[in-house]
Design a protein around this ligand. Structure first.
Ligand code: SAM
Ligand code: SF4
Length: 487
């Protein structure tokens, strides 16, 4: 495509009035002085104060910025241990002993932007460019269904050829592809910010959660790391989720890429983002929060020389503070992290992971993790079967359930249930049912043995005989060949 045509397209995408309408006095909701002052004000939190804040989180109440700042500044390892325990407790209370599992599906790496940390950036000559045709996409989806997947996050570069029309077509193709008993029941999308009109189009074809990560909330750093392309517009991105909510995309996912700037500032940014969404949309904040950590990418030297990289211990701490700050939201831990880190961090309150992931464009059907077609290099290369077995050994049921969404439990309906800590009552039975389907249709013998044992335990742990009997009946039906049963 000619440079002038790309430039014209870029000018037509951004709608300034769809940003300004949410701003106050010409300012966005990231007030850097306020964030920095608050972090400074709470630089030496008292033991008692930290314990009171933990108690508030355990009541499933969202924290205020001063409270989150106090947790971020805690230096007492004993208190951190209390926070880790509280994180897990909150997660178990709201979501139960289950982990929702999905696969990332990279659709296109054509991109007009120049994010310095990304292998897909426009000027990376070593990146092999590819955009899936609908036939190629079907092959990818079939390969994923054959592994046992039911949920996807579809990922796109920002380019005129992967505009809302193309994304809508790919979503339809995914939902139309079936293999035997298998199908994809929910497709989330991680793509560039869009206008309200484009987001409505995606809503019509059944988009799941729409994800856009702000990368860093710090204005100057953002500007330096996103020098060209549409992504250089900080505020078009910052209000992407406001537009999505206005377009009635019920579930939105925010995130920050950790390792770009000071981690404490960006955790505060995620909280301010949550608060602003709740303020504008009747108390409904993000459905999920993501906290990717920067990974190496082919021909991307910025990653090695940057000074904000964070170690595993700090990573665990920041995930814990996010968990305590927004107790009712979903939290996504990706295969960017290696298996050991994932096993550790999952225990402080994560609710979703990807597994069996291949992030090369066309990588599932070609069975080839070609790093030149990848955005970055994954840390966890366990197969889905292995990851599920490891999760089961830790006592977590892998859930492929999408019943909640299909029964209309999205947006404020979901949030109300989550805030009362009641998601678990509905979701644990459905997690057991979808786990059973997986064990019968896709699991190795080893995984089936560990999994059946866990199902036995979880059946006993269900809150009443009535539910237990109902789920037992449904399990028998699944054994007899029925599928897609949910309560
Ligand atoms: N192109 C769209 C965008 O930038 O919003 C959507 C897809 S982008 C491929 C998905 C996310 O990958 C980005 O938002 C960023 O947080 C993350 N990412 C980019 N480079 C990364 C790296 N080197 N390591 C880990 N995550 C990275
Ligand atoms: Fe393009 Fe997204 Fe990569 Fe930036 S992060 S270069 S927008 S694919």
């Amino acid at each position: 495509m000619q440079t002038t045509a790309v430039k014209e397209w870029m000018d037509s995408v951004v709608k300034p009035e769809q940003v300004q309408k949410y701003m106050k006095g010409g300012k966005d909701f990231i007030d850097e002085d306020y964030i920095e002052d608050t972090l400074l004000k709470k630089i030496r939190p008292e033991k008692q104060e930290i314990r009171e804040i933990i108690a508030k989180s355990l009541e499933l109440r969202r924290l205020e910025p001063e409270e989150t700042a106090a947790l971020l500044n805690c230096k007492d390892e004993d208190l951190w241990r209390e926070m880790y325990e509280a994180g897990l407790k909150i997660k178990q209370q709201v979501y139960g002993r289950r982990i929702v599992t999905f696969a990332p599906l990279y659709i296109s790496n054509l991109c007009v932007n120049s994010c310095v940390y990304c292998g897909f950036r426009k000027d990376n000559q070593e990146s092999v460019r590819k955009q899936l045709t609908m036939d190629e996409l079907r092959e990818e989806v079939k390969a994923l269904i054959q592994q046992g997947h039911k949920r996807l996050i579809m990922v796109y570069g920002e380019h005129p050829s992967s505009d809302a029309g193309y994304i809508a077509e790919t979503l339809k193709t995914v939902y139309d592809t079936k293999v035997g008993n298998g199908e994809i029941r929910r497709s989330n999308v991680n793509a560039a910010p869009m206008s309200i009109e484009d987001l409505r189009r995606l809503n019509e074809v059944g988009i799941g959660t729409f994800q856009v990560f702000q990368e860093t909330y710090h204005h100057q750093t953002y500007k330096r790391l996103h020098p060209k392309g549409i992504k250089a517009d900080y505020r078009w991105r910052l209000y992407a989720m406001h537009r999505a909510m206005e377009a009635e995309v019920d579930d939105v996912g925010i995130g920050a890429l950790f390792g770009l700037y000071d981690w404490k500032f960006d955790v505060m940014g995620l909280l301010m983002h949550t608060i602003d969404l709740e303020k504008h949309f009747g108390g409904v904040g993000p459905h999920t929060i993501s906290f990717p950590r920067m990974e190496p990418a082919v021909n991307t030297p910025y990653i090695e020389k940057n000074s904000y990289k964070i170690d595993d211990d700090t990573f665990k701490k920041l995930v814990t503070v996010i968990r305590l700050s927004v107790p009712y939201t979903g939290m996504i831990l990706t295969a960017r992290e290696n298996a050991a880190v994932r096993q550790e961090v999952i225990q402080v309150g994560c609710t979703q992971i990807d597994a069996g992931s291949n992030i090369a464009i066309g990588g599932y059907s070609e069975n080839n993790p070609d790093h030149h077609k990848q955005q970055f290099i994954l840390g966890d290369d366990r197969s889905l079967d292995e990851a599920i077995r490891d999760m089961a050994s830790l006592g977590y049921i892998t859930s492929f359930c999408t019943a909640g969404y299909r029964a209309g439990r999205t947006g404020h309906i979901f949030m109300d249930i989550a805030k009362q800590g009641k998601v678990n009552n509905l979701c644990m039975p459905n997690a057991i049912l979808t786990f059973k389907e997986y064990l019968l249709d896709y699991a190795s013998t080893e995984t089936r043995i560990v999994g059946e044992d866990l199902i036995g335990k979880e059946l006993q742990a269900l809150p009443s005989d009535k539910i237990r009997n109902k789920v037992s009946d449904m399990l028998e039906k699944i054994e007899a060949g029925e599928r897609d049963l949910y309560v």
